[in-house]
Design a protein around this ligand. Structure first.
Ligand code: PLP
Ligand code: COI
Length: 340
């Protein structure tokens, strides 16, 4: 039985669902995690997660298919990225099996909130890993919490498949050249709040960041990766050690090549060469594929395919990706994990 919600207008917002998963790491090992109805974390005031940002998170989704079953999209990739982030911040790793089993458990427990097939909405899953305990020096925690909560969501950017506009940050960087840009840590997002607020205040969906070393190449969007399409059938996306390795982006690289027959390139995307792109987009779990209608860079306003209509290649990529996620199109081997 699915609950009664306005599935078409969910937006992307927190909702308090009945169950979440929690596991504690103490004395060098994870305990047997369990479901709880308590949505509040009870942690020491001196927890390193609070003071020094020793924390990481993930984002993935569960999808309701036509036959009513529920499935996950590449959860092993999220587990592996969380492990990479944990390594960077000296946190204990959550093994892939434990991660996927915990995700399944919390999705199953909140099954009634997985949006019905056909609404386009999905269940957003937010795993969180935090360092806790009585420590005040700048050093790694001895104890950790791994928790997962979920909520039904719709579009992250207001337009959905309608193009929106973005602005290139001139005075801010998202990450440092050898910093934590490739790790999914809260600090990267704390730093993006101010530029994001300014961008939204000026009518843009989000900020596009440039490479922090030279400020000449596009890195990524505040909450998604960037891609561009050229007239000669190329799918081009930035390659940089300071962007988040987007699972959606790597999936699109494969789909563009294998299913759309495109030439795919991970490389430099000079911000002064936007006119080589006929279409552009932002991609990510929350963003899915959001067409970029236009980019403001300094005094130039560059329009791609159209400000009101999604381009044909972006649309085709969207249909392929979303078709796979909702089980309507056959997925490449290993991409789909059923929640049974
Ligand atoms: N880049 C940033 C900064 C993000 O926050 C996200 C969201 O997770 C992405 C890219 C997209 O990554 P993914 O496709 O794995 O969700
Ligand atoms: C995601 O797409 O899962 C994200 O983490 C993006 C954003 C909500 C921070």
């Amino acid at each position: 039985m699915t609950v009664d919600l306005d599935w078409d207008n969910l937006g992307f917002q927190y909702r308090h669902l009945p169950f979440r998963y929690i596991s504690y790491f103490k004395n060098g090992k994870w305990n047997q995690g369990q479901l709880t109805e308590d949505a509040n974390l009870h942690i020491s005031e001196s927890s390193p997660a609070l003071h020094y940002g020793q924390q990481a998170f993930e984002g993935l989704k569960a999808y309701r298919t036509k036959d009513g079953s529920i499935q996950l999209f590449r959860p092993d990739q999220n587990a592996e990225r969380l492990q990479a982030t944990a390594e960077r911040l000296l946190m204990p790793q959550v093994p892939t099996d434990m991660f996927i089993e915990a995700v399944k458990k919390v999705v199953r427990a909140n099954e009634d909130y997985v949006p019905p097939y056909g609404t386009g909405a999905s269940l957003y899953i937010r795993p969180l890993l935090i360092g806790i305990g009585d420590i005040i020096g700048v050093q790694p925690a001895q104890e950790y919490i791994f928790t997962i909560f979920v909520m039904p969501v719709g579009n992250y950017f207001k337009g959905g498949l309608l193009p929106t506009k973005f602005i290139v940050a001139e005075d801010f960087d998202r990450a440092a050249p050898y910093g934590t840009g490739a790790a999914k840590v809260g600090g990267n997002y704390a730093g993006s709040l101010l530029p994001g607020k300014q961008a939204k205040g000026n009518g843009f969906s989000d900020v596009i960041y440039l490479d922090p070393a030279t400020h000449t190449k596009i890195e990524e969007v505040g909450a998604a990766n960037f891609f561009g399409i050229t007239a000669d059938n190329q799918f081009i996306t930035p390659l940089s050690p300071s962007i988040l390795p987007s699972i959606t982006k790597y999936s699109l690289l494969e789909l563009a090549k294998d299913r759309l027959g495109m030439e795919v390139i991970e490389g430099d995307v000079p911000v002064d060469q936007l006119n080589k792109f006929t279409e552009a987009g932002a991609c990510g779990t929350a963003a899915v594929i959001s067409p970029i209608g236009a980019i403001q860079y300094k005094h130039e306003y560059h329009v791609f395919y159209s400000e009101t209509e999604v381009g044909p290649v972006t649309k085709r990529l969207y249909e392929e990706l979303v078709g796979i996620q909702f089980g309507d199109i056959e997925a490449p081997e290993g991409w789909i994990v059923k929640v049974d």
